[in-house]
Design a binder for this molecule. Structure first.
Ligand code: KG4
Ligand code: ZN
Length: 361
């Protein structure tokens, strides 16, 4: 079966065609993957402006879907289903995709499959590499999310940890903004950090313990021993504030940061973020008895995160999987993959399907 997938949860209008294969170990094939990025529109504002995003989705969605079909050499009658991101995301943006997918499914009499955006990021790994050795520990790290899942079998996602405040990608974007580097900040910091010294500035490594005041209820209850169940949460807003204070101190006497200082700041910030992400992911993997680790979402495009994760995995003899760059940041191919998984689990949506900004997985 071929599925047309549509993703409009944030600032990329994306459509893809994904087919099922006969191979259970590598269940899906990518036929086309089209993305219209709005980064140039939002750059001027230093971040995504929701109202501008939904209007731009409206302008782009028809062309993007037509192009996805053409690239796949497919016609409407080749399709067996339509998959769409139902949430989480910006509600105005999601609504464009959901309404569009519904009309196509209605017009051609096709089943409609609702997909959770983070299930999409997780399944981007399977789309590329085939089924991972199970059980797996999978970190989804993007501009909106930093969540760690235990996947005991394909298609079952159990949350074991998540950020208590900012997502890691959000921290990259905010730090880039306060260094005057532009949007989105992740790829810029990634590039600048290569020429910086990562120990130039001591920055605090955020670490959650069971003793934190006002700690929310642990999400990993029952999955991890009580002594460690809270230690897999993340926190990045304190780190961002530490960078902000440091920059203020360095520039207090009217000094303008040199290119070298900016590179050192980028490298020092990045080292701390990546250590926090990988420490927690590898610790959780050990406690959960995971046989593989996956890292997906926009921040998984980061060159140092990929290299460090790979090196740790090799040391521990634990295979580490990341998506190719085109499937790291938001795309519809991953929604097609997760959609086919859900369809085979027996889930379809009715015509009352609605976008949900805070859809739980
Ligand atoms: O998954 P994604 O495209 O959208 C969300 O679902 O949020 O992730 C976008 C995030 C942005 O915060 C962006 O700065 C970050 O991913 N990002 C990176 C890199 N490329 C994108 N962060 C660090 N290094 C990168 N190379
Ligand atoms: Zn995403």
């Amino acid at each position: 079966m071929k599925v047309l997938a549509i993703e409009t949860s944030c600032d990329e209008t994306a459509a893809a065609v994904v087919s099922e294969t006969d191979d259970r170990a590598k269940p899906w094939r990518l036929d086309s993957n089209v993305i219209a990025s709005q980064a140039n529109i939002h750059r001027e504002w230093g971040g995504v402006v929701p109202e501008l995003a939904s209007r731009q989705h409206l302008r782009d969605v028809c062309g993007v879907v037509e192009r996805a079909l053409a690239d796949a050499s497919a016609t409407w009658s080749d399709l067996g289903a339509v998959a769409v991101t139902q949430g989480p995301g910006l509600v105005g943006s999601l609504l464009v995709g959901v309404a569009f997918a519904k009309s196509i499914a209605w017009t051609y009499g096709l089943p409609l499959i609702p997909v959770h955006h983070l299930a999409g990021h997780i399944e981007s790994l399977v789309l590329q590499h085939g089924e991972l050795p199970m059980p797996a520990a999978i970190l989804v790290v993007s501009g909106g999310h930093t969540s760690l899942y235990f996947v005991p079998e394909p298609g079952r996602y159990l949350l074991v940890g998540r950020t208590r405040d900012d997502a890691a990608g959000e921290a990259y974007d905010k730090v880039a903004k306060l260094l005057g580097l532009g949007y989105p900040g992740g790829p810029i910091i990634d590039r600048l950090a290569r020429s910086g010294r990562d120990t130039a500035y001591p920055l605090p490594l955020p670490r959650m313990t069971h003793a934190d005041r006002n700690a929310p209820e642990a999400v990993a209850s029952g999955l991890l021993p009580p002594s460690v169940e809270r230690r897999v949460d993340f926190s990045f807003s304190g780190l961002k504030t530490a960078v902000q204070r440091l920059v203020r101190r360095l520039t207090a006497d009217g000094h303008t940061l040199t290119d070298g200082e900016v590179a050192d700041l980028a490298a020092s910030f990045q080292r701390v973020v990546i250590e926090a992400l990988l420490d927690r992911t590898f610790e959780a993997a050990r406690w959960l008895g995971a046989r593989s680790i996956g890292i997906a979402g926009g921040v998984s495009a980061n060159s140092r995160l990929r290299a460090d994760a790979e090196a740790r995995g090799q040391r521990l003899n634990l295979p580490v999987f990341v998506p190719p760059l085109a499937l790291s940041t938001d795309n519809a191919a991953m929604i097609g993959a997760a959609g086919l998984r859900r369809y085979r689990q027996g889930t379809t949506a009715g015509w009352d399907l609605n976008a949900m900004a805070a859809l739980p997985l």
